[in-house]
Ligand binder design. Structure first.
Ligand code: ATP
Ligand code: MG
Length: 348
């Protein structure tokens, strides 16, 4: 079976790191182990430059037919003065909404070789391997009503609505449990049910879905405590499932435990197997075009693509093992360089 993969290099370092990641797919294809048809399209600033929109119809048509999407990064200072709907970041939001990518999976893995880059003591983070499952298309980021209104006394008031329907909670909970089943069968649901009604419902529904997964050990934690525990003793977690806002904050905090932003991949999934895979970092305009960007986050995103959309876990494991081997060999890009290593760029 030939898998259709849409490649969206985007802006800044996007094209450089994506080119490196595509080489990984090409290795498997050359071996005869994988059959993929790669198509390329524009997203973000480059799409605005060439087609007048950050998520053009031509890209959309290809995205809807793809089995998986590999994305680099979008954005750059030259686009900061554009009208908001035309900005590169809108392209990313649009494709997520368009494909219904409601589940964002962000692993935080500490590679042994990079332990010294963590903000925590080596013994606290050694062997760290957490998966954060963040709801991506609901919650306070999308809830209505929202806005800034003028009160009777003339003062302005900003307001947003944190909303989740039962079905929205149910489907993200299910991704959490399924992820836990594939790992160590431990799931921690993070909420603020002591204060927020939306979280009360969240907890109730997560409990209900949990009945279908008796093998998974389910726990609940308030988000303030979860933030503290994450920096105090992060290894107590295996899979965390949480809402859009809490997941945004916790996954950035977890990322810092592992050292470099240049190492961390992500997957955004919908209810079919199609997913969008991208590094968690941005377009890094400050180093674009110099051939010094770390391609590992994007290469590890390819591993997630192989695991979640193409159902080829054995190939995903080979990619991850190769990354460890390269790190162990002492080869490093600048962001993860430490004394005694060999510094390389992606340009020979
Ligand atoms: P965005 O808003 O798109 O997330 P940002 O400005 O917040 O972008 P990044 O583009 O991720 O952040 O860059 C933050 C810093 O990390 C920059 O100094 C950048 O050079 C560095 N950086 C990001 N990605 C990489 C990478 N793959 N390799 C090396 N350095 C990187
Ligand atoms: Mg950022």
């Amino acid at each position: 079976m030939t898998h259709k993969i849409l490649v969206l290099p985007g802006d800044g370092i996007g094209p450089e790191i994506v080119a490196e990641a595509v080489k990984v797919l090409n290795v498997f294809t050359a071996e005869g182990n994988l059959s993929v048809a790669l198509e390329y399209a524009n997203i973000g600033g480059i799409a605005y430059d060439k087609e007048g929109q950050p998520y053009p119809d031509s890209t959309r048509a290809l995205a809807q037919k793809a089995d998986a999407i590999l994305l680099g990064a979008v954005g750059g200072p030259q686009y900061d003065t554009l009208d908001r709907p035309l900005r590169p970041e809108r392209g990313l939001l649009a494709i997520r909404a368009d494909l219904g990518l409601f589940a964002n999976l962000r692993p935080a893995i500490l590679y042994e070789e990079l332990a010294s880059a963590s903000t925590l003591k080596p013994e606290v983070v050694a062997g760290l391997d957490i998966m954060i499952v963040r709801e991506l298309t609901g919650g306070i980021y999308f809830g209505q009503p929202r806005g800034i209104r003028v009160l009777e006394n003339g003062e302005r008031q900003g307001f947003n609505s944190a909303t989740y329907t039962e079905s929205e909670i149910e489907r993200i909970a299910r991704v959490g449990f399924e992820t836990a089943m594939k790992r160590n069968k431990r799931l921690c649901s993070v909420d603020k049910a002591n204060v927020l009604e939306v979280c009360e419902l969240w907890r109730e529904i997560v409990e209900k879905v949990g009945k279908e997964y008796p093998e998974v050990e389910l726990s609940h934690m308030y988000v303030d405590n979860a933030a503290m525990q994450l920096v105090r003793a992060p290894k107590q977690f295996d899979v965390i499932v949480t809402s859009n806002l809490f997941g945004d904050v916790l996954s950035d905090a977890a990322a810092m435990l592992t050292g470099s932003i240049g190492m961390l991949p992500s997957a955004s999934l919908n209810s079919s197997a199609c997913g969008l895979y991208e590094p968690i970092h941005g377009s890094a305009p400050d180093i674009a075009g110099q051939g010094i960007a770390n391609p590992l986050a994007t290469i590890l995103s390819v591993a997630m693509l192989l695991r979640y959309s193409l159902n080829r876990p054995e190939l995903a494991e080979r990619v991850e093992a190769a990354v460890e081997k390269v790190l162990a060999s002492g080869v490093r890009t600048g962001d993860i360089y430490t004394e005694g290593c060999r510094k390389i760029g992606t340009v020979a």
